[in-house]
Design a protein. Structure first.
Length: 279
């Protein structure tokens, strides 16, 4: 078990105090490291009967992330409830406006509010961390609407700090790359469809199988654009022909390699340009 610095020990004590003053938690669980740590700490500090993870097995969640989330809860003896949000049936969501994430979280938190009726003294929690507060995240507005609490953000833990605490507790996904929902691969105002999400998931799985751990395949309608970590670009370009052929076989008319490399949230650049134009 990795030893924590005094600074992180203090942060962990803050988190313990945060959980210890509350009766129980219903955690919006995605399988990512942020919500994993929140769920783990709720189980640790509040007890098994008072910590419940809830995951939505929606079209925008990768199947392997859903499986990993289930495995985590089995291994750590955590209660898990599986729901099915229907955001793709919502025109406000599937038309993919700039605030798409708001409508996704609105569906999720609405359903969690219904689960909360079975546990009226429990808080609904998210995995929002302190770094998220400085990013464009419409989902935070939905969290505020439904009074969802965020212990990691409240205790001002950054992504790096929460990963270190997760490593300290030997959580299996402490260094798992960020895995935003599949819908985030589709540029704003281009419709989200089940077919597009399936193509993106299959393409990213293919890249993982080829040894690329942290990847994105952006779906631009007529073509797919592949992003891997900058330091792995040469490795990708060495098998460029094979990669393009295999991804085209999934239904993409054309496949391009992004020479800039992976940049999380790259599609949000369009929002910055739009805001500058409006200004």
């Amino acid at each position: 078990m990795q030893t924590l610095s005094d600074h992180l020990k203090h942060k962990l004590h803050q988190l313990e105090d945060w959980f210890s003053t509350r009766k129980g938690s219903i955690v919006a669980f995605s399988g990512g490291i942020d919500s994993t740590l929140v769920l783990f700490l709720a189980r640790k500090f509040q007890g098994k009967e008072c910590a419940i993870g809830v995951i939505s097995n929606s079209e925008s969640l990768k199947a392997k992330d859903f499986e990993l989330a289930q495995s985590f809860c089995r291994d750590f003896d955590i209660q898990l409830e599986v729901i099915k949000t229907e955001e793709l049936a919502d025109l406000r969501y599937n038309q993919n406006p700039e605030n798409r994430c708001y409508f996704c979280k609105e569906h999720l938190f609405h359903d969690l509010r219904e689960i909360q009726q079975k546990y009226p003294d429990f808080d609904v929690l998210s995995g929002t961390n302190h770094d998220d507060l400085g990013d464009y995240r419409p989902g935070l507005q939905a969290a505020s609407k439904f009074s969802v609490k965020a212990p990691i953000a409240d205790c001002q833990l950054t992504k790096d700090e929460l990963r270190q605490i997760a490593k300290h507790f030997e959580l299996p996904n402490w260094d798992k790359p960020a895995s935003p929902c599949l819908s985030s691969r589709i540029p704003y105002n281009q419709p989200i469809t089940h077919q597009k999400l399936q193509q993106v998931e299959a393409a990213e799985n293919l890249l993982n199988e080829l040894g690329f751990r942290d990847v994105r395949v952006r779906h631009y309608g007529s073509y797919g654009q592949v992003e891997v970590q900058k330091q792995e670009l040469d490795k990708l370009l060495a098998i460029e022909g094979q990669v393009i052929a295999q991804i085209r076989s999934l239904g993409f008319q054309e496949v391009r390699i992004d020479r800039e490399g992976l940049v999380s949230g790259k599609l949000n650049r369009a929002l910055k340009g739009l805001n500058q134009t409006k200004a």
